[in-house]
Each structure stands twice: as C-alpha cells, then as structure tokens.
Design a protein around this ligand. Sequence first.
Ligand code: CTP
Ligand code: CA
Length: 228
Amino acid sequence: LARGAAPRDLAGRHVVVSAGGTREAIDPVRFIGNRSSGLQGYALARTAVARGARVTLVAANVALPDPAGADIAAVTSAEEMRAAVLEAAAGADAVVMAAAVADFRPAGYRGSKIKKTDGAEPEPIRLVKNPDILAELGRERRPGQVVVGFAAETDDVLANGRAKLARKGSDLLVVNQVGEDLTFGRPDNAAVILGADGSRTEVPRGAKEALADAVWDLVAERLPAPPR
Ligand code: CTP
Ligand code: CA
C-alpha cells in the first residue's frame, strides 16, 4: 500500500473520541488528576480522519498538537467531559471513550485556596462519585451506534475485562495490561479487544496508531450499512 492510502471505510461517518485525563478541582490551584497522556485518543482521532470520518475529539488536559481535520472540544473535569461527549454522541455513528475519567471528585469545591495553618493537621478531602459516561452511552445509545470503552487492568486482565464490558453495555472494550510503566505516556501499546458478541482480538505491542486502526476495523464491521 502506498503511504497515506488508508481505507476510506469511515467516509460519511461521524465518530466521537475522548482523550486525556480529567482533573477534579479541589480549590483554585489544586486538582485530583491522573497520568493519561492522551496519546491513544489522539492516535484514534488521526486514524479516523485518515479513514474518512468526521471526528469530534473531546480532549481533557492534553499537551499534544491538535490533529488536523478533527473538531476539538477542550474540557477539564468529568462533568464537562460528560456534557461534551453526550452532546456530540447524539448524532454520532460511533463513540470511543479513550479518556481516563476520574471516578471521584471532591465533594465540595473550595472557592479560596486552602491555607496551611500552623500546627494543625489538614481537613480530609471527602470524595463523591462522578457520572459513568461510558455506562450512560451504553444505556442511551442511538440505534446502530457503536460504543467502545478502554480499560486498564492488572491481575486477572481478561476476566476483569469481560465483566467490565458487560457492566458498561459497550460493544467493544479495549483492555490494556498496566503496571511497570507498560502504557502511560509511551508511544506503543498492546491490548486485547473484547467484543460483546464474544469476539476477542489480540493486538501485539506496536504503535498506538496500529491499535487505533485495529479498533476502527472492528467498529467499521459493526456499523450498519449507511442509508442510501
Ligand atoms: N469511564 C467513563 N466514566 C467514568 C469512568 C470511566 O466513561 N466515570 C470510561 C473510561 O473512559 C473507559 C471505561 O469507562 O473507557 C473504563 O474505565 P475504567 O476506569 O477501567 O472502569 P471503571 O468502571 O471506572 O472501573 P474501575 O476503575 O473500578 O476498574
Ligand atoms: Ca475508573
């Protein structure tokens, strides 16, 4: 294949990709965050553009150049990500949640910077649950829409992945094995992609673009034929 000759199998499709990691504010200068770099989500956006899709990229706290040809919505927190993803998903053929969404946020935002007071120990920060965006997409999807999640697992990776796929109501779950710096901030990735139909696709360690293309292959297979 000549360079740049990607299959145009997503032409006429609108896909939504979330990327990066949410930040949950504690006070005006502090937040709870995570180590997601956004590299996998950006690779998904770039490859989808190359395959002809219209792409909405919902990006949380990512320090990467904007992928050419994608519409970008920048968000900070899980609640902002939920609003942006659900709005874009309302008309989309597929949604891929590659972002690391914080499970919890501080129960109350302190409008003023928390000060240390001499001698006193700090107040504990109480956390509350964030909405589960992927589970909501799984419950409220439009007919024919393909919903894809990502999961980073340790221990019993496949069993955990199968259980999570069922719990979220997604069509596909991309399961990474994490630990010992296997994934975060690295340009390459290895994964198993589990399908709700029982399928299992092993993607060997390689560029995040290769994993992205493997995801789009499986999404394209599951999309209903476009209206003609
Ligand atoms: N996700 C989401 N909203 C959340 C938490 C996670 O949409 N509040 C999405 C992530 O973007 C990812 C998938 O759900 O695509 C799985 O995330 P993960 O953290 O592995 O699953 P959890 O259900 O949060 O389970 P746990 O962290 O306890 O393993
Ligand atoms: Ca989680």
